[in-house]
Design a protein around this ligand. Sequence first.
Ligand code: G6P
Length: 615
Amino acid sequence: MCGIVGYIGKRQAYPVLIKGLKRLEYRGYDSAGVALITDTKGLEVYKTKGKVADLEEYVKDKDVSGTIGIAHTRWATHGEPSSTNAHPHISCSGNLALIHNGIIENYTVLKEALQRHGVVFKSSTDTEVLVQLIDYIQQHVGTDLLTAVRLALRQVIGAYAIAILDRNEPNQIIAARKSSPLVIGVGEEEFFLGSDASPIIEYTDKVVYLDDNDIAVLRRGAKEAEFINFDNEKIEHDVKTVDLNLGQIEKGGYPHFMLKEIFEQPQALQDCMRGRVNVEANNVVLSAVIDYRKELLNARRFIIVACGTSWHASLIGKQLLENICQIPAEVEYASEFRYSNPVIDSRDVVIAISQSGETADTLAAIQLAKERGAFIFGICNAIGSSIPRATQTGCYIHVGPEIGVASTKAFTGQVTVLTMLALALGKARGTIKNEDYVRLVQELDAIPEKMKKVLEQNDRIRDISRVFTYAHNFLYLGRGYNYPVALEGALKLKEISYIHAEGYPAAEMKHGPIALIDAEMPVVIVATQNPLYDKLMSNIQEIKARGGRVIAIVTEGDEKVKALADEYVELPKTVECLEPLISTIPLQLLAYHIAVQKGKNVDQPRNLAKSVTVE
Ligand code: G6P
């Protein structure tokens, strides 16, 4: 949801900024811009509609000298994508350039007040009000930039990560954060800024994560960044070492991040389980369960809050927690939960699931649950992000950076953590028989190898996808643990191929979707040999009887379903509750290949953003 980059130091800023924008393009890509204090002309701003590559093209013949600059890639909220609405925004005086990620909620009030004082706005964004307000304070109160920023932010309601350049103070960048992520990279007499650490790690592994209401001053030649709050009090921050390497954020020979991330899943799950699943000792250990045993074991109820793909993982988590721990679990869309006046108290444990750790709705749901006294457990991927910092405890999924906008390895990582959580709690509560526990630990440990077997069928899935690119609608069916997999498969297809797809519990087909079935609408059905196998077989018969075309996800060697289906993909056998970890993979690959066949931009699907930091 908008990417921010900044640089001040001895290097030429422009190449650092452009590279950084490319790394952050997953956050938004409808327009991009850069502001530089150049060697000759002072403050220069170049911006254009389109992707970072379009910005590069636009800037080709321009002066890109200078060792200080800020840059932005946008996902529009207020104001259509256009070069005028692109960031950086310039103040009336022409002195200031500002980039912003977030939403200014009271921008109308502020804008009208500034307009009454003669300020002329150029764009239709909420962001412009920030730069005009800071400029107005500078001009009329006669303060330096830092004071003007501090005074301005005290009047602003909303979420923001911002960075500002002042042509009259060319040796500093000022940045600030509230509810939107911002990281500072600390190099040798140079500083970097990023919405996450990915634009920074090429140059330094030393970072500072800003907290809400922090203002940072990055001065040329300084060894350390300075931090103050809105009351002008000094803030101390530890410099952290970020454990991320370039290989993790590059495509590594794959045509798309999404495909790379799908193929990374066996390794990602091993990383997720490392030090937690001990197959020799037949044990699962989660430090959060040791540290917060009382809160978790005595939970009256789990309420899982999440959005998008993380919400689908939550539906699987509900079944795992109820079946293995015998504790009631509910799943809520974070966006609904936050406005729902929920009946919760200190006996409830709220589990917040988020890949990015920055989703605004999930953060707001956590805030509400906290206010009502619930214990909050986070399941996140992005280390140091806002959700892990807002929760009492939790587990990282440790699957490495996920860059493709359509989530893949984060989903299986989330389901793995939920499985480990259910096993650790179930054992401690005595709600799972020892033999079942041992079997599940063994089977969980074997999942990465089974995933590889599914991935080996990639070519076959690509061939299947070629047959179905004609379709305008798809139906995805599954039951039990595989019902959320059907939802996730449909979401993947919608997100990247723009084909309409619906996920349904297979038995519900007869209550509506069956009316849609004809030769034009492919039906993907997860029909593995689990307790509801016979019923799934009947569903396939019902589809075939109506001329429907079936792509079945079947258990290895199941000749019966293979003979019935038009196309099939085989899955190695595993226990029912772990099936989502492997049954999801063919659906990810199917969506990927259909989107590629249709010539869609898989890693940057239209209108979407990876990290939704606005409501
Ligand atoms: C966006 C992304 C989805 C993601 C959802 C929740 O919509 O495009 O892929 O599932 O946000 O994100 P989170 O980071 O909270 O898991």
